[in-house]
Design a protein around this ligand. Structure first.
Ligand code: FE
Length: 204
């Protein structure tokens, strides 16, 4: 049966995801089920106010304060909530620490679960079929494509997020950062380094 068959309900949907979302939004708005202004505000909040800078703050603090780091690894959710980072898609946050022996990488093989209060909205590639499938099958190859090459002694551990648990990677503190304060350290922490597909920047 050809895909554009008129009896096929999917044929009525626009092909592009963005158009589908727009169509859905229009229908829900017309039915009075959603308020488009409220929707815009939620999106704006996660795009410009809540973003990777929250996670970067947490990482910088952990690099500076061993007690904070210990508490974070033990039970991250209340520790980050104390900093004001809590809310939807962040009800249960687990922090996994990179060491010279283990590099951590996060994926959601089912969909796109992500720690919103710490990192904002996930990047497009995080939601892609390719990343979701390949991150578990060939993590080293995926890492190499992101420009991350690890030594053979470093094991790669992939964490599969769920609706329940959202992971944040605590990257290794780069050398040459001794004496830097929290703001300077936070500026080195990239979004990808907290997903595990990147490393922190090194100081200029
Ligand atoms: Fe998901």
């Amino acid at each position: 049966m050809p895909h554009d068959d008129h009896d096929h309900p999917h044929a009525l949907l626009p092909p592009e995801p963005a158009l589908r979302v727009k169509a859905l939004e229009t229908i829900l708005t017309r039915k009075g089920l959603i308020d488009p202004e409220a929707l815009d505000e939620i999106i704006d909040t996660y795009q410009s106010k809540i973003g990777p800078q929250n996670g970067a703050r947490v990482v910088a603090k952990a690099w500076l304060d061993p007690d904070f780091k210990r508490a974070l690894i033990e039970d991250a959710t209340p520790v980050v909530a104390d900093l004001g980072f809590y809310g939807r898609q962040g009800e249960h946050i687990v922090v996994v620490e990179n060491t010279p022996k283990q590099h951590n990488m996060v994926v959601c093989t089912l969909c796109s679960c992500y720690p919103w209060p710490l990192l904002g909205i996930p990047p497009g590639w995080y939601k892609s079929d390719a990343y979701r499938a390949r991150a578990v099958r060939e993590p080293r190859k995926v890492l190499a494509e992101f420009g991350v090459t690890l030594s053979a002694e470093t094991a790669v551990r992939v964490w599969d997020s769920t609706a329940e648990i959202r992971y944040l990677v605590l990257p290794l503190r780069p050398s040459g950062t001794e004496g830097l304060d929290e703001d300077a350290l936070a500026a080195l922490v990239t979004r990808d380094s907290m997903i595990g597909t990147g490393l922190p920047k090194v100081p200029a």
